[in-house]
Design a binder for this molecule. Structure first.
Ligand SMILES: C[S@@+](CC[C@H](N)C(=O)[O-])C[C@H]1O[C@@H](n2cnc3c(N)ncnc32)[C@H](O)[C@@H]1O
Length: 239
């Protein structure tokens, strides 16, 4: 939900009909201070993982793992190995604790895309990266969601590298806001030979972060004047 006083990542602008009009409830997980609180995008990506056929022996990657929600789901769904990557040490401790409590095997790994590429390729890659358009560059306290003026600071390199992260036959699930240009993600993925589709969508009201930057979003043309909701999109890309 986006009612907490704690900063919550903003949501989309798409005016298109939504497939899933509301997001599923966010999972409850242990979380050290400063680690991204599981919310609608967490739940939407987790639900999309539930729709995947996980091949036996699959190597899986949860990039930008946070509390490890998706990594745990991948392990529960039968992935043979799950690598959970995040820049934040506190996130990795949280993910490790959450996996331990649930008695699933998840390997935490500090780093970003470069580290993931070194560890790859994978059969399944899932990512809930920072994607919120922000007037200023991300700082440590906003690194969980802020992603530069167009929201694509992490999305662009991730989409460009997706083909190398995946084994032939592999699948990527990526959640982002419609404000951060879903078409550009699809173009970048398609340019690497991946077949893209929309796995899930949900429309959610603005939380505190987006509500605090509506002037910027409107001036940048990222939302229509007066719009106070966003659309989340889970993209699927198959190699
Ligand atoms: C939106 S949160 C998602 C957390 C979790 N997967 C979820 O769905 O709740 C994004 C996470 O990515 C991490 N992060 C930010 N930039 C990153 C990067 N370039 N590489 C890896 N992790 C990054 C942040 O520390 C944060 O934990």
């Amino acid at each position: 939900m986006t009612t907490s006083a704690e900063p919550v990542r903003p949501g989309p602008l798409a005016a298109r009909p939504v497939v899933h009009p509301s997001a599923p409830a966010a999972p409850r997980l242990l979380r050290l201070p400063g680690v991204y609180r599981p919310q609608e995008d967490t739940a939407l990506l987790t639900a999309a993982i539930g729709d995947l056929a996980i091949p036996s022996g699959a190597r899986a990657l949860d990039l930008c793992t946070g509390t490890g929600a998706q990594a745990i789901t991948l392990a529960r769904r039968g992935a043979a190995t799950v690598l959970a990557v995040d820049l934040s040490r506190r996130a990795l401790v949280s993910a490790r604790l959450n996996a331990l409590v649930r008695q699933v095997a998840v390997r935490p790994c500090q780093g970003g895309l470069t580290r993931a590429l070194e560890e790859g390729p994978f059969d399944i890659v899932v990512a809930n990266p920072p994607y919120v358009p922000s007037p200023a560059p991300a700082i440590r306290s906003t690194r969980g969601w802020d992603a530069g003026p167009d929201g694509r600071a992490v999305l662009d390199p991730l989409c460009a590298a997706a083909g190398s992260l995946l084994r032939p036959g592999g699948t990527l699930l990526l959640v982002q806001s419609a404000m951060s240009d879903v078409d550009k993600s699809r173009e970048l993925l398609a340019a690497r030979g991946l077949r893209t589709s929309v796995a899930r969508r949900a429309r959610i009201p603005f939380g505190p972060v987006l509500s605090g930057r509506t002037e910027f979003l409107e001036a940048a043309g990222l939302i229509e004047p007066g719009r106070r909701w966003e659309e989340l999109v889970v993209l699927r890309a198959d190699r």
